[in-house]
Design a binder for this molecule. Sequence first.
Ligand SMILES: CC(C)(COP(=O)(O)OP(=O)(O)OC[C@H]1O[C@@H](n2cnc3c(N)ncnc32)[C@H](O)[C@@H]1OP(=O)(O)O)[C@@H](O)C(=O)NCCC(=O)NCCS
Length: 258
Amino acid sequence: MEYIIKDLENAFDMEGLEDVQQSAWGYPDRDLTPASLFTVHAHMGGVVCAAFVVGSSVPVGFAYSFPAMYKGVLVQHSHMLAIRPEHQASGLATRLKLHQRSRAVAMGYSLMTWTFDPLLTKNARLNLGKLNARAVSYHPDWYALRGGIYAGLPADRFFVEWDLTKIMLEKAKTAPSGTLVLEADSKACATMPNLQAEGVLLIQSPRDINVLKAQNLEAARTWREAHRVVFAHYFQCGYVVTDLHDTGEQTFYRLELL
Ligand SMILES: CC(C)(COP(=O)(O)OP(=O)(O)OC[C@H]1O[C@@H](n2cnc3c(N)ncnc32)[C@H](O)[C@@H]1OP(=O)(O)O)[C@@H](O)C(=O)NCCC(=O)NCCS
Protein backbone atom coordinates (compact mmCIF):
# COMPACT_ATOMS: atom_id res chain seq x y z
CA MET A 1 0.00 0.00 0.00
CA GLU A 2 1.25 3.52 -0.75
CA TYR A 3 1.12 6.14 2.03
CA ILE A 4 1.64 9.88 2.28
CA ILE A 5 2.53 11.90 5.41
CA LYS A 6 1.02 15.38 5.84
CA ASP A 7 1.06 18.12 8.48
CA LEU A 8 -2.45 18.88 9.77
CA GLU A 9 -3.73 22.36 10.70
CA ASN A 10 -7.42 22.36 9.88
CA ALA A 11 -9.59 21.85 13.00
CA PHE A 12 -12.00 19.49 11.20
CA ASP A 13 -9.14 17.27 10.00
CA MET A 14 -8.11 16.68 13.65
CA GLU A 15 -11.28 14.74 14.43
CA GLY A 16 -9.95 11.71 12.55
CA LEU A 17 -7.09 11.51 15.06
CA GLU A 18 -9.55 10.70 17.84
CA ASP A 19 -10.68 7.69 15.78
CA VAL A 20 -7.07 6.54 15.29
CA GLN A 21 -6.53 6.68 19.08
CA GLN A 22 -9.57 4.49 19.70
CA SER A 23 -8.45 2.04 17.06
CA ALA A 24 -4.78 1.83 18.18
CA TRP A 25 -5.20 1.97 21.97
CA GLY A 26 -8.82 0.92 22.50
CA TYR A 27 -9.24 3.86 24.87
CA PRO A 28 -12.57 4.80 26.42
CA ASP A 29 -13.78 8.29 25.43
CA ARG A 30 -12.54 9.94 28.65
CA ASP A 31 -8.91 8.95 27.88
CA LEU A 32 -8.86 10.41 24.37
CA THR A 33 -6.77 13.48 23.61
CA PRO A 34 -9.34 15.79 21.99
CA ALA A 35 -9.15 17.21 18.46
CA SER A 36 -9.17 20.77 19.87
CA LEU A 37 -5.83 20.22 21.63
CA PHE A 38 -4.21 19.00 18.40
CA THR A 39 -5.50 22.14 16.67
CA VAL A 40 -4.10 24.44 19.35
CA HIS A 41 -0.66 22.84 19.21
CA ALA A 42 -0.61 22.74 15.40
CA HIS A 43 -0.87 26.54 15.56
CA MET A 44 1.27 27.08 18.68
CA GLY A 45 4.64 25.50 17.92
CA GLY A 46 3.80 21.79 18.00
CA VAL A 47 3.91 19.14 15.29
CA VAL A 48 0.75 17.28 14.23
CA CYS A 49 1.34 15.00 11.27
CA ALA A 50 -0.73 12.13 9.94
CA ALA A 51 -0.35 9.23 7.50
CA PHE A 52 -2.93 8.58 4.78
CA VAL A 53 -3.35 5.90 2.16
CA VAL A 54 -2.76 7.77 -1.11
CA GLY A 55 -6.11 9.03 -2.42
CA SER A 56 -7.87 8.77 0.98
CA SER A 57 -8.65 11.58 3.47
CA VAL A 58 -9.00 9.22 6.46
CA PRO A 59 -5.87 9.19 8.67
CA VAL A 60 -4.42 5.74 9.43
CA GLY A 61 -1.77 6.98 11.88
CA PHE A 62 -0.34 10.13 13.41
CA ALA A 63 2.41 11.66 15.54
CA TYR A 64 1.83 14.61 17.86
CA SER A 65 4.28 16.75 19.85
CA PHE A 66 4.31 20.14 21.56
CA PRO A 67 6.90 22.54 23.03
CA ALA A 68 7.94 21.66 26.59
CA MET A 69 10.65 22.47 29.14
CA TYR A 70 12.93 19.57 30.14
CA LYS A 71 15.96 20.07 32.40
CA GLY A 72 15.89 23.79 31.56
CA VAL A 73 15.90 23.19 27.79
CA LEU A 74 13.10 23.82 25.31
CA VAL A 75 12.25 20.47 23.68
CA GLN A 76 9.47 18.99 21.57
CA HIS A 77 7.67 16.46 23.75
CA SER A 78 5.97 13.81 21.64
CA HIS A 79 2.79 12.82 23.42
CA MET A 80 1.35 10.40 20.87
CA LEU A 81 2.31 8.06 18.05
CA ALA A 82 -0.35 5.67 16.84
CA ILE A 83 -1.04 3.48 13.81
CA ARG A 84 -4.33 1.71 13.17
CA PRO A 85 -3.72 -2.05 13.76
CA GLU A 86 -4.42 -2.98 10.13
CA HIS A 87 -1.63 -0.60 8.99
CA GLN A 88 0.97 -1.55 11.62
CA ALA A 89 4.25 -3.26 10.69
CA SER A 90 4.42 -1.30 7.45
CA GLY A 91 7.21 1.05 8.58
CA LEU A 92 4.72 3.91 9.02
CA ALA A 93 5.73 4.56 12.63
CA THR A 94 9.32 5.22 11.57
CA ARG A 95 8.20 7.47 8.71
CA LEU A 96 6.00 9.54 11.02
CA LYS A 97 8.80 9.93 13.57
CA LEU A 98 11.25 11.03 10.85
CA HIS A 99 8.75 13.59 9.57
CA GLN A 100 8.16 14.87 13.10
CA ARG A 101 11.92 15.02 13.62
CA SER A 102 12.54 17.09 10.47
CA ARG A 103 9.79 19.55 11.44
CA ALA A 104 11.31 19.92 14.95
CA VAL A 105 14.81 20.42 13.54
CA ALA A 106 13.47 23.08 11.14
CA MET A 107 12.04 24.91 14.17
CA GLY A 108 15.48 24.87 15.82
CA TYR A 109 15.02 22.03 18.34
CA SER A 110 17.91 19.73 19.25
CA LEU A 111 16.05 17.33 21.56
CA MET A 112 12.77 15.43 21.43
CA THR A 113 11.36 13.52 24.40
CA TRP A 114 8.52 11.06 24.90
CA THR A 115 7.51 8.10 27.08
CA PHE A 116 6.64 4.49 26.37
CA ASP A 117 5.59 1.41 28.30
CA PRO A 118 8.66 -0.79 28.95
CA LEU A 119 6.46 -3.88 28.72
CA LEU A 120 5.59 -3.09 25.08
CA THR A 121 8.72 -4.47 23.46
CA LYS A 122 7.51 -3.67 19.96
CA ASN A 123 7.63 0.01 20.94
CA ALA A 124 11.08 -0.57 22.41
CA ARG A 125 12.44 -1.96 19.13
CA LEU A 126 11.06 1.09 17.35
CA ASN A 127 12.27 3.67 19.85
CA LEU A 128 15.66 2.26 20.87
CA GLY A 129 16.66 0.14 17.89
CA LYS A 130 15.19 1.80 14.82
CA LEU A 131 15.14 5.44 15.96
CA ASN A 132 18.24 5.20 18.19
CA ALA A 133 16.66 7.09 21.11
CA ARG A 134 17.54 6.08 24.68
CA ALA A 135 15.54 5.61 27.87
CA VAL A 136 16.94 7.65 30.77
CA SER A 137 14.43 7.24 33.61
CA TYR A 138 11.54 5.08 34.86
CA HIS A 139 8.23 6.53 36.09
CA PRO A 140 5.72 4.40 38.03
CA ASP A 141 2.09 5.43 37.36
CA TRP A 142 3.05 8.14 34.84
CA TYR A 143 -0.57 8.11 33.74
CA ALA A 144 -3.79 7.15 35.51
CA LEU A 145 -4.82 5.07 32.48
CA ARG A 146 -6.59 1.82 33.23
CA GLY A 147 -8.37 1.00 29.96
CA GLY A 148 -7.67 -0.18 26.42
CA ILE A 149 -4.40 -2.01 25.72
CA TYR A 150 -3.04 -0.95 29.12
CA ALA A 151 -5.85 -2.52 31.17
CA GLY A 152 -4.81 -4.64 34.15
CA LEU A 153 -1.42 -3.06 34.90
CA PRO A 154 -0.29 0.31 36.27
CA ALA A 155 0.65 2.74 33.46
CA ASP A 156 4.41 2.96 34.12
CA ARG A 157 6.63 4.59 31.50
CA PHE A 158 10.23 4.93 30.39
CA PHE A 159 11.21 8.53 29.65
CA VAL A 160 13.04 8.78 26.33
CA GLU A 161 15.51 11.32 24.93
CA TRP A 162 16.09 11.59 21.17
CA ASP A 163 19.12 13.65 20.21
CA LEU A 164 18.17 15.52 17.02
CA THR A 165 21.72 16.75 16.41
CA LYS A 166 23.10 13.26 15.69
CA ILE A 167 22.68 11.35 12.45
CA MET A 168 19.95 8.79 13.06
CA LEU A 169 21.22 5.26 12.48
CA GLU A 170 19.06 2.15 12.84
CA LYS A 171 20.88 -0.37 15.04
CA ALA A 172 21.62 -3.80 13.63
CA LYS A 173 19.75 -6.59 15.39
CA THR A 174 22.38 -8.33 17.53
CA ALA A 175 22.42 -11.27 19.95
CA PRO A 176 22.09 -10.35 23.63
CA SER A 177 25.43 -10.01 25.44
CA GLY A 178 26.00 -8.73 28.98
CA THR A 179 25.21 -9.67 32.57
CA LEU A 180 21.64 -10.89 32.99
CA VAL A 181 20.15 -9.14 36.03
CA LEU A 182 16.47 -10.03 35.59
CA GLU A 183 15.01 -13.10 33.87
CA ALA A 184 11.89 -15.26 33.64
CA ASP A 185 11.33 -18.36 35.78
CA SER A 186 9.74 -21.58 34.54
CA LYS A 187 6.24 -20.13 35.07
CA ALA A 188 6.98 -17.00 32.94
CA CYS A 189 7.11 -14.84 36.08
CA ALA A 190 9.94 -12.37 36.77
CA THR A 191 12.58 -13.58 39.23
CA MET A 192 14.25 -11.44 41.89
CA PRO A 193 16.60 -8.98 40.16
CA ASN A 194 20.33 -8.90 40.85
CA LEU A 195 21.12 -5.35 42.02
CA GLN A 196 24.90 -5.86 42.39
CA ALA A 197 25.95 -6.19 38.73
CA GLU A 198 28.40 -4.07 36.74
CA GLY A 199 29.32 -3.60 33.07
CA VAL A 200 26.77 -4.03 30.28
CA LEU A 201 23.50 -5.33 31.75
CA LEU A 202 20.55 -7.28 30.33
CA ILE A 203 17.03 -7.06 31.72
CA GLN A 204 14.49 -9.49 30.34
CA SER A 205 10.96 -8.44 29.41
CA PRO A 206 8.06 -10.63 28.19
CA ARG A 207 8.11 -10.72 24.38
CA ASP A 208 4.37 -10.19 24.13
CA ILE A 209 2.86 -8.72 27.29
CA ASN A 210 -0.66 -8.82 25.83
CA VAL A 211 -0.51 -12.59 25.37
CA LEU A 212 0.93 -13.00 28.89
CA LYS A 213 -1.77 -10.75 30.38
CA ALA A 214 -4.48 -12.82 28.71
CA GLN A 215 -2.95 -16.11 29.94
CA ASN A 216 -1.66 -15.13 33.37
CA LEU A 217 -2.30 -11.61 34.66
CA GLU A 218 -0.44 -12.30 37.91
CA ALA A 219 2.71 -13.21 35.96
CA ALA A 220 2.40 -9.96 34.00
CA ARG A 221 2.19 -8.06 37.28
CA THR A 222 5.43 -9.67 38.53
CA TRP A 223 7.19 -8.11 35.53
CA ARG A 224 5.79 -4.67 36.23
CA GLU A 225 6.91 -4.91 39.86
CA ALA A 226 10.36 -6.30 39.04
CA HIS A 227 10.94 -3.69 36.31
CA ARG A 228 10.04 -0.93 38.76
CA VAL A 229 12.74 -2.12 41.15
CA VAL A 230 15.50 -3.00 38.72
CA PHE A 231 15.20 -0.05 36.33
CA ALA A 232 14.87 2.48 39.16
CA HIS A 233 18.02 1.04 40.75
CA TYR A 234 20.20 1.02 37.66
CA PHE A 235 19.00 4.44 36.40
CA GLN A 236 19.99 5.72 39.84
CA CYS A 237 23.44 4.19 39.28
CA GLY A 238 23.79 6.19 36.03
CA TYR A 239 22.81 3.54 33.49
CA VAL A 240 20.74 4.30 30.37
CA VAL A 241 18.76 1.84 28.25
CA THR A 242 20.31 1.83 24.81
CA ASP A 243 18.75 -1.09 22.92
CA LEU A 244 16.39 -4.04 22.85
CA HIS A 245 17.74 -7.47 21.90
CA ASP A 246 15.07 -9.71 20.42
CA THR A 247 15.94 -13.37 19.78
CA GLY A 248 12.50 -14.03 18.30
CA GLU A 249 11.54 -15.89 21.49
CA GLN A 250 12.91 -13.68 24.23
CA THR A 251 13.59 -9.97 24.57
CA PHE A 252 16.19 -8.20 26.71
CA TYR A 253 16.83 -4.53 27.39
CA ARG A 254 20.48 -3.51 27.14
CA LEU A 255 21.76 -1.05 29.75
CA GLU A 256 25.07 0.78 29.57
CA LEU A 257 26.97 3.46 31.47
CA LEU A 258 27.57 6.17 28.82
C1 LIG B 1 3.92 1.35 18.43
C2 LIG B 1 3.40 1.49 17.00
C3 LIG B 1 3.25 2.98 16.69
C4 LIG B 1 4.43 0.85 16.05
O1 LIG B 1 3.90 0.91 14.75
P1 LIG B 1 4.35 -0.12 13.60
O2 LIG B 1 3.87 0.41 12.31
O3 LIG B 1 3.94 -1.49 13.96
O4 LIG B 1 5.95 -0.01 13.73
P2 LIG B 1 7.10 -0.43 12.72
O5 LIG B 1 6.60 -1.46 11.74
O6 LIG B 1 7.70 0.81 12.10
O7 LIG B 1 8.19 -1.06 13.72
C5 LIG B 1 7.89 -2.08 14.64
C6 LIG B 1 9.17 -2.89 14.92
O8 LIG B 1 9.00 -3.69 16.08
C7 LIG B 1 9.35 -5.06 15.79
N1 LIG B 1 8.54 -5.92 16.67
C8 LIG B 1 7.25 -6.28 16.51
N2 LIG B 1 6.84 -7.02 17.58
C9 LIG B 1 7.91 -7.08 18.42
C10 LIG B 1 8.13 -7.67 19.71
N3 LIG B 1 7.14 -8.32 20.34
N4 LIG B 1 9.33 -7.52 20.30
C11 LIG B 1 10.32 -6.83 19.67
N5 LIG B 1 10.18 -6.24 18.45
C12 LIG B 1 8.99 -6.37 17.85
C13 LIG B 1 9.03 -5.19 14.33
O9 LIG B 1 9.71 -6.33 13.80
C14 LIG B 1 9.54 -3.85 13.80
O10 LIG B 1 10.94 -3.85 13.72
P3 LIG B 1 11.74 -4.22 12.35
O11 LIG B 1 11.13 -3.35 11.26
O12 LIG B 1 13.17 -3.89 12.66
O13 LIG B 1 11.51 -5.67 12.10
C15 LIG B 1 2.06 0.73 16.80
O14 LIG B 1 2.21 -0.59 17.19
C16 LIG B 1 0.89 1.36 17.60
O15 LIG B 1 0.23 2.29 17.13
N6 LIG B 1 0.63 0.78 18.78
C17 LIG B 1 -0.46 1.26 19.64
C18 LIG B 1 -0.18 2.64 20.20
C19 LIG B 1 1.19 2.77 20.84
O16 LIG B 1 1.64 1.92 21.59
N7 LIG B 1 1.88 3.89 20.51
C20 LIG B 1 3.21 4.18 20.98
C21 LIG B 1 3.21 4.85 22.30
S1 LIG B 1 4.87 5.36 22.62
